[in-house]
Structure formats: structure tokens, C-alpha cells
Write a protein that binds this ligand. Sequence first.
Ligand code: P6P
Length: 343
Amino acid sequence: MIGANTLQEFVVARQAEFAGATGDLSRLLTDIGTAAKMVNRHVNRAGLSGILGAHTPDGNGSTNVQGEAQQKLDVYADDTFHRVLQSCLKVGGIVSEEQPGIMHVDHSERGQGKGYGKYVVCIDPLDGSSNIDVNISVGTIFGIHRRRTPLTEPTSMEDFLQPAKDLVAAGYVLYGSSTMLVYSTGCGVHGFTYDPSIGEFFLSHPDMKFPKQAKVYSMNESYLDEAVAGVKPFIKECRKRGLTARYTGALVADFHRNLINGGIYLYPGTDEKPGGKLRMLYEAQPLAFLAHQAGGSTRCHLHDLLYRTPTSLHERTPLFTGNTSEINRLVHSMETAVENITS
Ligand code: P6P
């Protein structure tokens, strides 16, 4: 892609490869890049700009729809992405980890043309926010679906409750030692590194693929004993095979490292929480889409997560994602464990 070095240049240049592309998705992806720059500025100076710590609107803490304590940066990131996406004529509705329901975006209210945009966005504005106060990486995860309902109507559940295989685009922003935006529109996975001195994302990782060999497994091993059958023997086998354990408490950071170095991320269901912790719409599904595009695989226990249709906006799911060879080993271990239990 000669000359397409910035995110905007690259997105527009690749748009030409889609027959009938109108530029709407390119505009939406560019707007997400803009919101990421705004959030990045605050994440990088959180300690200086009084934006660390819990969100206390009335002197008390606040919790999101998940019942999780909200950090100030959670609220800032959610507000920022909402504000930018709301002004994008291509967006008809938004579902966010930080909001209970669908946020409809009616452009006719602001005299900006008729009705609602043709895309919906599912977003975790700031994933791993408990890492903020201790200066460890955090991230944003997003998925974009084409609406299924008429654009003259407000967005509805069926616009959002779609399988990951039907995503139009997905990606993440990693606010780490450097800030990166990684996305796919179904034609490979491409990574861009932010240069704050210029205020642009530059193409740094074209066509990202999982390496053939995995080096890492990522799991909070305090849950190992209660994990679904087959996970524990798999982890023991990983250790024997010399895989290194790395777990940051931020899904985006663990996924990104495993995409570059080769690895598998596991957040299984347990006896107490069979549905696991992570959310389908704005954590598991976008990463499943990216993993597939990068030659990897994703399972929610034994099922291929790409084909699972969510039944609610904040549905949780067990999540195993990474190198296909590791996913296949894990699935074999879980199937064997089930056979042993039932035989
Ligand atoms: P635990 C962050 O809250 C998150 O959603 C993921 O980013 C992360 O991988 C996981 O939960 C951490 O959960 O239970 O290990 O603290």
C-alpha cells in the first residue's frame, strides 16, 4: 500500500478494494481513531490531570451496568467515544459496557439528514481500567455491525445481537508503552502506532498473523481449580511444553502480545460462573473476528465463538482465543475430560 502510511490514508486506500464502497465505513473508522487520540491524551497524563481513581459523581462511588466500580477514565472514555460516534452520520446506535441500554443516534434531530446511520457500534471504552492507577496497559475494544432494521427506524436489539462472523469491522486500541490501533474489515489485520508529536497513527504492523508456534498462555490461574473440565490439564501441559505464563489483567494487552509472540488467552467459565466474565458484544466478538483474520481461533468452551448469536446486550461468555494449534489442543483436552466424566 504505497503512500498509505497514516490510518486515514490506509483506510481510504483499502476502501477502493470494496466494490460499491461509499466511504461510510472509512469515515467511521477514522472517527474511532480520533476518539482514540483524545482518550490516549488523558490515559497518558492520568496521574497529572487528576483523572485517576474511582468516579465519584456525588462524593460516592459509581458502578456500571455490570456492577463494576467505574474509574474516572472509564467515564471519560465512554463520554468521548459516545460524543465522537454520535456526530458520525454513519452510526445509528451504540452499545457500551458503561451504559445499560442501546444509545440511539437520530441525525434528524440535529438537521443532519434523515433518520439513523447504517452501522451500529459495540464498544468497551476502557478495558482493564483497574490497571490505570498502577500504570499498567489498558485498552478500547470495538465491533461494527451493519444494521438489519430500516434506517428510518431507531436501532433495535436485532441490529446488535448478531454473530461475530457478520461483523463489518472490529479492532482495539492498546494504550501501552506506545499506543496502537489494530483493526480489520475482513481483509487482514493491520496495526498502527500513534506518534503523539504529529498526532497521527502510522502503519507499523501490516497484515498481522499469529506466529506458527505459541510461546505464551494467559490466564488468571487463581481460577484454575474451578475452571471447566479440561482447562487444568491443558495448562499443566502448557507448562510441560515450556510455554511462558503472562497475564496483565487487560484483555487487549494480553491478546495483542499473544498475536505478536504467539499464545492463547483463557477466561473459562467456572462452577460458580459458568458464563465466565467477559462480554460477548464488545470484548469477545471483536477479538474473535480479529483472531480469525489473523489465522487464529476463538472458542466459548467447545463452540466456535464466531458463529454464536448473543441473546442479550451484556451477555457474558467464556473466552479462549489465540493460536489455532493451542485452541485445538485445549478443545481436545476439554472433550477428553467430558468423555472421562461421562464414561
Ligand atoms: P480478572 C478486565 O476487567 C477484564 O475484562 C479483561 O480485560 C481482563 O483480562 C479480565 O477482565 C481480568 O479479570 O478476574 O483476572 O481480574
